[in-house]
Structure formats: structure tokens, C-alpha cells
Design a protein around this ligand. Structure first.
Ligand code: ZN
Length: 459
């Protein structure tokens, strides 16, 4: 596996990548050793580390404390203003750990067998380290070396991404919108995937599904459980949920998923799946449904081809001998971008077909326009990836999960999500799990991917 062939853009000749590799690793280790499990977060110490590191390099910084111990951090390298800024962002908080399930101390940043272990190694301190290194390299090898940037490069580190973002991106947008005014943003949210031992593709998230909550409430006559009633609300709810479980939303291929499957079909190792991907990407409706049927056995592929409905909570009953008058269930519905949640609920009502079962949207997600995957930032990622690993393809990607990028897209910023570290499924699954780790070679690749991308787009 040669992940590091080729060179990157501006300044590449003078960059000593062996030195950079040690530096990036040291920054990441320092950040992992600062425990930022959210709650409570305590991101301020990481922000101070970023602040002092960038300041020492002569880079402009802004450190805010939205709440005690929490932090919002912005740094900026000035361009000549001929183009609008690009943001590189990451979050400083991490999710908790099940300490007994880890084979190493999650906050020791231990190196073992070519991996760096630690909570946050891939989500999202690894990206913060790659972004930090990118700022330092741009300063050292471009602006200080007499070179010029065509746009400002803005580094953003947020708090509270893992717990709603009240002290994170939302706070920054509400309080310092001027500092994050940009044409492009590079965020977390994509994948760089190794399949069967080979680096195969860089999936760059340019759009995401929209999360909604729908409550299903069944009503019926109450009474003593010794006299069974046909209209029992719990049984009614059960029938409604069974019908919803059988229902599948229609297949819908949008521009992102068409390009995703179309390009993946050129490199995918399994022949059957490769054909199914090409079918889905075709404009022939017969082939599309055949391909979608074949891909449905992989839940994550199925989830990008249609609106998804997951039952997540059931509620009902108070005592074992009382028939309740009401029972309810919560559905987590993720609509494809541009699709109406009301239309989905109308279809579900027809499927349930029971006037005593009510379906209401209790929490409505906000849609955002997709970012353009023929834009200069997307091209810069693709070109850099090609240079680093010629066998890889870069594909646009619709994520099933929601990210901060939606908030930026609503503001008119073209946000893209990456996870720049090539990993196999097993390593990727450790995100939010046990023994989270990043392959050291992938950390280098990720740093070069971010640096190469930003230097291209800000040239
Ligand atoms: Zn994250």
C-alpha cells in the first residue's frame, strides 16, 4: 500500500514531510491527552493549545469562551482578497469512553503497531491536527516564503459538536458571523476508504439527509384488563408499526448519489455490487430499480437511496391489569434532501389506514441546499487525492447522518465533509467506539490531503 506517492501543490518542494509527520503526530498526542469528553467538554484547554501554537507561528487568532470551560476558536491567514475565504474546521470535544472495554488508556495517546490510539484520534482531533498543520505549513512555506494566498484561510475549532452544538457552531454563527464569512468550508463528515487492503475512494460529503421526529399515537377504549377489548390502543399501535415496518419509501437517485454510485462502480471490487451500482447510476428506470434492489442488502447503501424510517421509542400502559387509552411510538425519519416530510407522513397515514392512529411531525429538520461538487474546492480535493494515491477515486457523498455543514450551507457557504485518513471499515467503526485509533500512515496522508487541497484552492 503506497499512500504517500507524489507531491502536493504550492510549496511542496520545500516541505520535509518526515518532519511534518512527527510534528502532526505530536500535536495530535497533545490534544488527545487533554480530556474533552462532552459533557462537560472542557474544550478551553485544547483551544488554548491551538491558540498558543498558532500565535507562536505569527498567525492571527481569536479565542472566545461561550460558557465557562467551553471555547470557540478562530485563526486566520490573510490572502490578497481576490477570492472569498475558505474555512477548515473541526470540533474539540469527544464522546465518552467505556474504559473497561479499551485495551489502552484512551487519553494516553499511545502508539502501538503503527497506530495512534486515543479518544478523538479520528473524531475529530485527527482532523484538527491536520488542519493545524496545514495552517503552519501555509504560513511557513507560502506566506513567509514570499508566496501569496488568493483567499483567507480560516481555521475554526468548535466545542459541543457531540451534544447539540449550543456552544459550538451555532454560537459562532450567532455571535461572530463576520469571522466565518466564507465561500467554502472543509468539515468532518466524509470517508477515505480502504477496501480489501486497497485505498479505494475518497467520499466527500456535499449534502446530507434531514432528520425529523414523527410521533405515532394510537387511541382506544380503556378498561379492566380482565375484559379484553378489540380496540386496545397497544394492539392498534402494534398493527400500525407493523405496517410502517413493511413500508418502503420510493427509491430516489439524486445528482450526488448518481455520481457516487457511478464512479464507485468503476473501482468497486465485488462484481455483482459493481453492476448494481452502475445500474443505479444509469438513467433507465428499470435498471435503477434492479440496482436498488440488489444494493438494499447493504443497509448503508439502501439508506442513501430513499427516505429512511426508524422506530426508536415506544410508550404505553401504566399497570399490568389496566388497558390504557393511549400508546405511542417515536419514529426517526431522515428525508432525502429536497423531499417533504409532510408527503412522507401522508404516505404513512395511508399505509397505517386507521383513523384512531394519529401521525404528527413533532420535530422538523431544516433542509439545506447541496454543495456543488463541480466547485473548485471539490476539484482541489479530487486532484490532491489523485496525486497522493492515483488509484483512488473521489466521489460526492450524501451522508445519512446530520452535520454542522447543513448550518453552513443554509448560510450560503459551500461546505464539504471529509475524513481524510484512509481506513478500512474496522478502523472506521471504532469512531465513538472502543480502541479508537488512526493508522500513522493515514494521519500523514490526511495531513497532505488537507494541505494540498487548501493550497490548491487558495492559490
Ligand atoms: Zn465528529
Amino acid at each position: 500500500m503506497t499512500l504517500l506517492s507524489g507531491t502536493t501543490a504550492a510549496g511542496a518542494q520545500s516541505v520535509d514531510w518526515a518532519v511534518v509527520s512527527r510534528e502532526t503526530l505530536a500535536h495530535l498526542q497533545r490534544m488527545i491527552r487533554i480530556n474533552t469528553v462532552n459533557p462537560p467538554g472542557n474544550e478551553l484547554d485544547v483551544a488554548r493549545y491551538l491558540d498558543s501554537t498558532l500565535k507562536a507561528a505569527g498567525i492571527e487568532t481569536h479565542l472566545f469562551e461561550p460558557a465557562p470551560g467551553r471555547a470557540a476558536f478562530v485563526a486566520r491567514l490573510r490572502g490578497d482578497g481576490s477570492r472569498r475565504p475558505v474555512i477548515i474546521m473541526g470540533h474539540m470535544d469527544v464522546v465518552g469512553v467505556e474504559r473497561s472495554k479499551w485495551s489502552v488508556d484512551p487519553f494516553a495517546a499511545e502508539i502501538k503497531d503503527g497506530y495512534l490510539y486515543g479518544r478523538g484520534a479520528i473524531d475529530d482531533k485527527g482532523m484538527l491536527a491536520a488542519n493545524l498543520q496545514t495552517m503552519l505549513l501555509l504560513k511557513r512555506h507560502v506566506t513567509d516564503a514570499g508566496g501569496k494566498l488568493s483567499r483567507d484561510v480560516i481555521f475554526v475549532a468548535n466545542s459541543d459538536e457531540e451534544a447539540g452544538g449550543d456552544y459550538g457552531m451555532g454560537w459562532l454563527v450567532a455571535n461572530h458571523r463576520d469571522l466565518i464569512d466564507a465561500e467554502f468550508a472543509l468539515n468532518e463528515g466524509g470517508r477515505t476508504r480502504i477496501v480489501r487492503g486497497k485505498p479505494l475512494y475518497v467520499a466527500v460529503q456535499n449534502t446530507e439527509k434531514v432528520p425529523h421526529t414523527v410521533t405515532v399515537t394510537a387511541r382506544g377504549p380503556g378498561g379492566h384488563a380482565s375484559v379484553p377489548l378489540a380496540g386496545n390502543a397497544i394492539l392498534r399501535l402494534g398493527r400500525a408499526l407493523a405496517a410502517i415496518g413493511k413500508h418502503r419509501e420510493p427509491t430516489h437517485v439524486n445528482a450526488t448519489t448518481r455520481a457516487f454510485f457511478g464512479q464507485l462502480s468503476t473501482v468497486w471490487p465485488d462484481q455483482g455490487e459493481r453492476r448494481a451500482m452502475a445500474d443505479v447510476a444509469s438513467l433507465d428506470s428499470g435498471r435503477v430499480s434492479r440496482g436498488a434492489r440488489a444494493l438494499a442488502s447493504t443497509p448503508v447503501f439502501d439508506a442513501v437511496l430513499r427516505t429512511g424510517i426508524s422506530a426508536t421509542i415506544v410508550n404505553g400502559g401504566i399497570r399490568s391489569n389496566v388497558i390504557p387509552t393511549e400508546a405511542s411510538a417515536t419514529l426517526n425519519v431522515r428525508t432525502l434532501p429536497g423531499q417533504s416530510i409532510d408527503a412522507v407522513v401522508a404516505r404513512l397515514r395511508r399505509v397505517v389506514n386507521d383513523t384512531l392512529v394519529e401521525l404528527t411531525v413533532t420535530d422538523r429538520g431544516e433542509d439545506a441546499p447541496p454543495s456543488d461538487f463541480s466547485s473548485p474546492l471539490f476539484r482541489a480535493i479530487a486532484e490532491t487525492a489523485k496525486e497522493l494515491a492515483p488509484e483512488m477515486v473521489t466521489v460526492p457523498y450524501l451522508s445519512t447522518g446530520a452535520t454542522d455543514s447543513a448550518r453552513l450551507r443554509q448560510l450560503g457557504i459551500q461546505a464539504f465533509g471529509v475524513l481524510p485518513f484512509p481506513m478500512n471499515q474496522d478502523d472506521e467503526d471504532r469512531m465513538h467506539g472502543n480502541d479508537e485509533r488512526v493508522p500513522l500512515q493515514s494521519l500523514d496522508f490526511g495531513t497532505r490531503l488537507i494541505y494540498g487541497t487548501v493550497s490548491r484552492v487558495a492559490r
